[in-house]
Design a protein around this ligand. Sequence first.
Ligand SMILES: [Zn+2]
Length: 600
Amino acid sequence: MSHVLAAVAWPYANGPRHIGHVSGFGVPSDVFSRYMRMAGHDVLMVSGTDEHGTPIQVQADAEGVTPRELADRYNRVIVEDLHGLGLSYDLFTRTTTGNHYAVVQELFSGLLDNGYIVRKTTLGAISPSTGRTLPDRYIEGTCPICGYESARGDQCDNCGNQLDPEQLVNPRSRINGETPEFVETEHFFLDLPAFAEALATWLDARDGWRPNVLKFSRNLLADLQPRAITRDLEWGVPIPLDGWRDRNDKRIYVWFDAVIGYLSASIEWARRTGDPEAWRHWWSADGQGKDANGYYFMGKDNIVFHSVIWPALLLGYSGAGDKAGQPGRLGRLNLPTEVVSSEYLTMEGRKFSSSRRVVIYVRDFLERYDADALRYFIAAAGPESNDTDFTWAEFVRRNNDELVAGWGNLVNRSISMAAKNFGAVPEAVELTDADRELLAVAEAGFATVGDLIGRHRQKAAIGEAMRVVAEANKYLSEQAPWQLKDEASKPRMGTILHVALQVVRDANTLLTPFLPHSAQKVHELLGGTGVHAPMPSIVEVEDLDGGPGYPVLMGDYTVGAKWERVPLVAGTPLAAPKPVFRKLDPSVVDEELARLEAAE
Ligand SMILES: [Zn+2]
């Protein structure tokens, strides 16, 4: 057993989640965490909503509410979205807690003490018509590096380089088109070049990462620049220094605060369990946490924060960057074991876009379809290692042909035949070679499927689990137990059904990380009691440091199935099953496409 941190990307609290978001970070991290727990590891799965920064400030201004009110609204919406999908967070919290502010300020102070944060005077943009600061990403102009005409003030989406707005040729405000004025302003910068050697040493020792992630990260090291970690903004974590703390116009930059959320959420989780030091089992590079592993799940646009910037913060705070230093009060901290990034999900050939309404929100999806149907599509056909297109036709086809006609049919026909003819799990009398072969295929699935999930190859993993299902369906067709109804043949019929039901139970365990809701139902259809696949709950909590309360996702995941074959007990009563999956009428494809057209 080991300690496994599942650090899941923090959704930005400016709107509900769409299925592109949850296919990148949500479902894959949950499949991994559920499997690792079933395999006996001590998993801590944390995340929360990312709530600071300019976009929320701008959106709140436009709606005439405070940024906090906007963040409160979407924090709750996102908690409900993730709950609906059954994502088993140990803690899903938010960045506007007293605990998060304290941890962010502690890291800032530790990095400053070790000399990795430097103060610089730079040019800041203001809007001539309002006199207010104009945030980087609301400035647009021509990229000085590649000539792309719609580069943003913080980065160029064409060549991927980070930019400062004053570098843009012909800069203009994206809010009202006016030309910004640049004035001198003082800010703190993370001295990223002071991590070049430490990061290269660390990246060179990485093993098993997806090659594109490693290559992309190594390339970033060639051109590290100091990066601003404070902003001219009211909405954010205050800068923990005399003369700065009480200023209303300077805050810590949202990217710096959000990436620290993995650590602050772990600390909040520990404080809520009553053992405030328990987070150290996953984080301390000395002592309790030194053998722990940390896996970070995100979409590919976030790789830089997890493979370069977050490791730099951890190295600097631990006194292990190129300028050395002393560890801060929290001690030396673990760097990521692996950065697991997914590609993009497009929809009907187009990029998801909330502004153009090319989007399917999780909440709308779950009103019409089951969570496991979406989880199945994401695992079997999601953007694991290639950009992938979601089409309604393919969703319906996979639901009907694979979930319903494959897995659902196996469950339904084996249980109903046993219930009708025996009323219980029948006894296996004498096994044939065919029986033993099928049982061996199913048992081998535990090693194969588990290994693939452990290596973040979930598409191949669910394919192997469904291969066991296909083998069992083939076995039933070949053995044709429905032809063995006379008294003399009945023991053989019982044996076949016993074998089939055992393989249903095995396949159900193999599919549990992917399809937890239906796995619980199948467990009960087989006469099982108690929790098979534990689910998260939405809990209203108090802020631990006196702020306003908020909803979190939490759960007790110490219960539930283990990653192993559990032999069926003959005589366990069985009832006629209700279908576990819903067959979809092909007409839903046209309905959904019409809905999409109407929204655009
Ligand atoms: Zn460019």
